[in-house]
Each structure stands twice: as C-alpha cells, then as structure tokens.
Design a protein around this ligand. Structure first.
Ligand code: SF4
Length: 128
C-alpha cells in the first residue's frame, strides 16, 4: 500500500438505502436511523455527491469512508458505480475504504483496469 499520511477522515455516501442480505444485517444501523426519520431504507437513492466529492470536501491525504449508509456493491447501484470509480481512480492521494456484505459481487463490479486491486482502495468484507 502506498504511504498516505492521513490528515482527515471524511464520509462519502454516493447512495443511500440497502436491503438486508444476511443474519448480520439484523441490527443494521441504517434501518434504525431511517426509522427515526420515517424513511424507507429499501428504496435506494442517489446522493448529492454520487459521482464525486468537491475538492474542499476531499482535501489531499483524506481517508474516505465510502458508502456507510448503503452497500457499495448493492445491485441497485450498478448503473451509478462507474462514476464513483472514475473519481476514486483520479484521487490516488487519498485512501478509500468500503465495506460490503456482498463480496460475491465485487469481481463483477470493479472497473476493467482494476486488475489485482488499487493500492489506495481497501475493501473490508463484513462478516455475514
Ligand atoms: S448490507 Fe450493511 S447496510 Fe445493508 S442491510 Fe446489511 S448491514 Fe445494513
């Protein structure tokens, strides 16, 4: 992994909402949070910053926590994900971290130049 001096951790939620896929989703905090606001979590919606973050919101050397109010590899986001990859590809000065409960979808969702993965992207597979 490249040596990034992390200066700031920032969230990036390119879409919101998710569908439960396993027992590990039982106590999902996104559902709990949405319940408070009367929002239907199972409706997946694009966020204001779906395809990129503004420079002021993503300074160099940021740790970007990606998609914590959804699952980056959820099927409903298939048509949006490439735009995110374009931004991530450009920002090798930052470290992107995403979690998923859909690890079986990763190989079909990564870009064609992914090869063995990008050094500045970490994917954590949550326990099912
Ligand atoms: S995959 Fe994650 S975000 Fe989606 S329902 Fe399960 S715990 Fe919640």
């Amino acid at each position: 992994m490249q040596n990034i001096e992390i200066e700031k951790a920032i969230p990036w939620n390119p879409w919101h909402g998710c569908k439960k896929v396993s027992l590990g989703c039982k106590n999902c905090f996104v559902y709990k949070m949405d319940q408070r606001y009367g929002r239907d979590t199972t409706t997946i919606t694009k966020g204001k910053t779906t395809y990129e973050l503004k420079d002021k919101d993503c300074p160099p050397n940021s740790l970007v926590k990606l998609c914590f109010s959804s699952d980056f590899f959820i099927e409903e986001a298939d048509e949006w994900r490439d735009g995110c990859w374009d931004f991530i590809r450009k920002r090798k000065d930052c470290l992107f971290v995403m979690t998923t409960k859909r690890p079986e979808r990763i190989s079909q969702c990564v870009p064609s130049d992914w090869k063995d993965g990008w050094e500045h992207v970490l994917n954590k597979q949550k326990n099912k």
